[in-house]
Design a protein around this ligand. Structure first.
Ligand code: G6P
Length: 607
């Protein structure tokens, strides 16, 4: 999993390759590297760690060359060292790779048996040697790649550079995305349209199994059976501007603070305020035929899906199955005819979610995609696109994408309920009114920032933290725990409050803060009973509730976070803010790298 860029340029390419990598750093930041052809030899610059390190290497030792490839890595095979950094190279071939070559072990043994010297522990270097061998045997690069590609199992996007053909790049994709960009006398390869946005908007998306030869004379795409094919050139519409942090110290803080605006932006696309209607941008699709819903997603997007399950079942009375995407395909899921699969993804590129989408599509399910990146693979492959309008999310820990996903999913639940005859115009009007309150309620919730910052120190010293919630607050408890783990490296778990007594309560002592998410409402008293069970055992509770809830149960807590009163429908959207802010301030107190936490990547493009 990684990001790749290639440029067949008119002028030196190193700076532009580095710029392209900056746009792809969301795919991993374990190491980075660039290769070009200079005076008949392949030259490389590589560095472990974040892209800034490669920038320093390039500043100290600049790299010439008008044709080059570049890579930012999230380590799969082999540690995040300089030696394992891409591009991998022999003296004739350099190569960058996004994906996993699953049969790399037998291929590696084969190469070693033939006396090839391998320098890294990566699966990628194997491909480099396989292509090199063919060239050494006398094949030209196109024939060499044609021989090697069918030998590779797994997922890959490749960009390959050749010492003896400095006016050529070859790209290939299977399972991992790759686009071709067309500039003025230049051509490009990139993991996505965003990477190429400052260079060109003219993009063609390669299909599964495609490979492409870029030369000065033109570009030729081949399909998996090696037939020459045409792939349409479209305008990507991707913005070439690099996003900055504004007045914030971190992207994550900026994105938390953007939520009132971007959620309003998202809701604008789904609410018809004047008519008191909730609509979807898929007017021709008849939701009344939906018999069952399957939701599949990963990470934070999965928790948005968990909240939606409550809504779909409560409002539309449609049964919902939900799975983390990495489990979905491998448990032989039963999907009824006439089912709707909803994939939820900020990036639209997460490999597990994409694989689930394709699996369900092949089984005849209608696919709806709730995605934030409109140019993404999922957005293109789904039958029904339900965009979130969160804008680019840079912080690895997802925040504004989550609340925008919830806004879209609430709109979808209401539409499903309408289609099923389970929502009257009066009820729809009330839902419109509640959803319309969300931006102001989010603003109000952000007003608790200082209070949350003040109590973050008490959590920052903990080794373990528990989050509890019931109903739609249960997924929020999971999301709160995930946020804390991701960016502060504190072990945290989310539990359904009622499940505490079945095991986790054994963990409670005076060193374990327990964050209880409990807006006043129908489930409040039950959650408070569970909270009291924790307190009775010396547990230190932080209660997140509204004034009414805090008045009723705040006594004896080590801290309370008072939220605005929110209708139960919108509470999960509004209560996302304090859990995000708490994780953020704890991470800042601990001094971790908030926007690029260790071992993680924003978009996980390997299974
Ligand atoms: C990664 C990110 C998470 C994100 C998850 C799913 O693990 O670090 O923040 O929730 O992927 O990503 P997606 O783009 O599919 O929503």
């Amino acid at each position: 999993m990684c990001g790749i860029v290639g440029i067949l340029g008119k002028d030196d390419v190193a700076d532009r390759l580095l710029d392209g990598l900056k746009r792809l750093e969301y795919r991993g930041y374990d190491s980075a590297g660039i290769a070009t052809v200079v005076d008949g030899a392949i030259e490389r610059r590589r560095a472990s760690g974040k892209l800034v390190n490669l920038g320093k290497v390039l500043a100290a030792e600049p790299l010439a060359g008008v044709t080059g490839i570049a890579h930012t890595r999230w380590a799969t095979h082999g540690g995040p060292t300089t030696n394992n950094a891409h591009p991998h190279a022999t003296d004739r071939v350099a190569l960058v790779h996004n994906g996993i070559i699953e049969n790399f072990k037998p291929l590696r043994e084969e190469l070693l048996a033939r006396g090839r010297k391998l320098e890294s522990q990566t699966d990628t270097e194997i491909v480099c040697h396989l292509v090199s061998e063919q060239i050494e045997a006398g094949l030209d690069p196109v024939e060499a790649v044609k021989v090697v590609l069918p030998r590779l199992h797994g997922a890959f996007a490749l960009a390959i550079l050749f010492r003896d053909h400095p006016d050529m790049l070859i790209g290939a994709r299977l399972g991992s995305p790759l686009v071709v960009g067309y500039g003025d006398g230049e051509t490009y390869l990139g993991s996505d349209a965003l990477a190429l946005a400052p260079l060109t908007q003219r993009i063609s998306y390669l299909d599964e199994g495609d490979w492409v030869v870029l030369t000065r004379g033109g570009t030729q795409v081949y399909d998996q059976a090696n037939n020459p094919v045409e792939r349409a050139i479209v305008n990507s519409g991707a913005s070439g501007q690099l996003i900055d942090k504004g007045n914030h110290r971190h992207f994550m803080a900026k994105e938390i603070y953007e939520q009132p605006i971007v959620v309003a932006q998202t809701l604008r696309a789904y609410l018809q305020r004047l008519e008191d209607k909730v609509t979807l941008p898929i007017p021709d699709f008849d939701l009344s035929v939906i018999k069952r819903v399957t939701i599949v997603a990963c990470g934070t997007s999965y928790y948005a899906g968990m909240v939606a399950k409550y809504w779909f079942e409560q409002f539309a009375r449609v049964a919902v199955d939900i799975d983390v995407a990495s489990e979905f395909r491998y448990r032989a899921p039963v999907m009824e005819d006439g089912g709707l699969m909803i994939v939820i993804s900020q990036s639209g590129e997460t490999a597990d979610t994409l694989a689930a989408l394709r699996h369900a599509k092949a089984e005849g399910q209608t696919i709806a995609a709730v995605v934030n990146v409109p140019t993404s693979t999922m957005a293109r492959e789904a039958d029904l696109l339900l965009p979130t309008h969160a804008g680019p999310e840079i912080g690895v820990a997802s925040t504004k994408a989550f609340t925008c996903q919830l806004a879209v999913l609430a709109a979808l639940a209401a539409n499903l309920a309408k289609a099923k005859g389970r929502m009257t115009p009066e009820e729809e009007k009330a839902i419109v009114a509640h959803l319309a309150e969300v931006p102001a309620a989010l603003n109000d919730a952000l007003g608790r920032d200082e209070a949350i910052e003040a109590m973050a120190g008490a959590v920052a010293v903990a080794r373990d933290v528990l989050y509890l919630g019931r109903g739609t607050d249960y997924p929020l408890a999971l999301e709160g725990a995930l946020k804390l783990k991701e960016i502060s490296y504190i072990h945290a778990e989310g539990y359904a409050a009622g499940e505490m007594k079945h095991g986790p309560i054994a963990l409670i002592d005076e060193h374990v803060p327990v964050i209880v998410i409990a807006p006043s409402g129908p489930l409040f008293e039950k959650t408070v009973s569970n909270m009291q069970e924790v307190q009775a055992r010396g547990g230190k509770v932080v209660l997140i509730s509204d004034a009414e809830g805090i008045a009723a149960a705040g006594e004896g807590c080590i801290a309370t976070i008072e939220m605005p009163k929110a209708h139960p429908l919108i509470a999960p959207i509004v209560y996302a803010v304090p859990v995000q802010l708490l994780a953020y301030h704890v991470a800042v107190a601990k001094g971790t790298d908030v926007d690029q936490p260790r071992n993680l990547a924003k978009s996980v493009t390997v299974e």
